[in-house]
Design a protein around this ligand. Sequence first.
Ligand code: ATP
Ligand code: MG
Length: 433
Amino acid sequence: MAILTKAPRGTQDVLPSQSHKWQYLEKKFMEVAGLYGFREIRVPTFEHTELFNRSVGDTTDVVQKEMYTFEDKGGRSITLRPEGTAGTLRCAIEHGLLGDALPVKVAYCLSAFRYEKPQAGRLREFHQFGVEMLGSSAPASDAEVISMVRHLFDELGVEASLEINSIGCPTCRAKFQQALHDHFAARREELCDTCKDRLERNPMRLLDCKSPICQEIGKGAPVMLDFLCDECTAHFDEVKALLDAMGIAYKVNPTIVRGLDYYTKTVFEFVTDKIGSQATVCGGGRYDGLVQQLGGPALPGIGFGMGIERLLMTMEACGCSFPEEKECVCYIGAMGPAAGAKAAQLVAEMRKEGFWAECDTMGRSVKAQMKYANKLGAKFSMILGDSELEQGKANLKKMDDGTVSEISLKNAEEMLSVIYAAKLSDVAESLSL
Ligand code: ATP
Ligand code: MG
């Protein structure tokens, strides 16, 4: 029965003890994105397969080897999204978002699926933050998108360095592709089978091949920067000048080509050596032909995708701080059914006030109830029994220093005023929810 108790290979559960980190990152990401005018978009988990073939490109590893594609009961070919850009652009075109004021700026947090060999930082279901900025061809938009990632990383304390390159436009890239073809064709027989085919269809993809022999042959291959046309050169120079002006450090890495076909001109990666061999936490670039290629208006675009699992791993490795997990504000222990009912009434009132409060739901002894309260890290506790009920009063204990306040049990009013007065950070946080 292991199949029932073992998650599929390459998937990862987020346990309750870890989920606050995800909530924190999601909130931070959308907050920073909001400062740059990106508004959240949510798109389907699956799309028509053709959308990815057309955009990601049918000579890429993603399309050739990694997609989760299946036929649905209606006979359509469907694919679980391997990235977020294609679906986002499809949505923008379908709903006429591009007919409004430009640029259109959207941000997302989504799951993505790729059939890859699972290892640290490489999953079959993973998660991405991303943004897309549509409508501007100006270098200012490249710089803005890149600076947003830097801003987020600085805020989170993530150490990752920025590497940029330009892979030109279709015009200047044609010459580069020819030069690459000549370079690799000289050793055609040694290439892996996939690359023998790519050599004729899209030689640039050979630079992205993971096979050691193809990588070896790729060393010393021509670089795109030597082939850029005047316009692409000017664009790249301007992006660099803007990054300089913003004080954002970068390295030009002429070997970056990115694994998806739709990129043009600027491509970039934020890489870190904190999680093993050089890992890309965030990758992105410009895609000037893509919107039109998908049936939309001839509008340029730029965006990035950021692996959330890799981001979390990097943060752990950098010793970044996360907000503390929430702790229970008050536990009310009770002895006997009448006290249990009173406890339930007070807890319900506190919860309506916005506090995490608890009472027994297990039928445990008072001793066991208090042990559980300690496990929850309850900031306050109280025990109700017959004598407390008779007197209509009980002692509310502040757990860290043992201070005791006698409060009326009529309702939660007195209890709440003691809790408010304690000004616990957890309390403040509970209230802000
Ligand atoms: P890599 O070269 O590591 O395979 P990629 O170029 O395929 O990455 P992109 O398609 O640009 O990656 O996706 C953007 C980001 O999504 C990556 O930089 C990475 O952080 C994350 N990512 C991509 N594939 C995976 C995966 N299989 N598991 C976890 N994160 C991933
Ligand atoms: Mg990949």
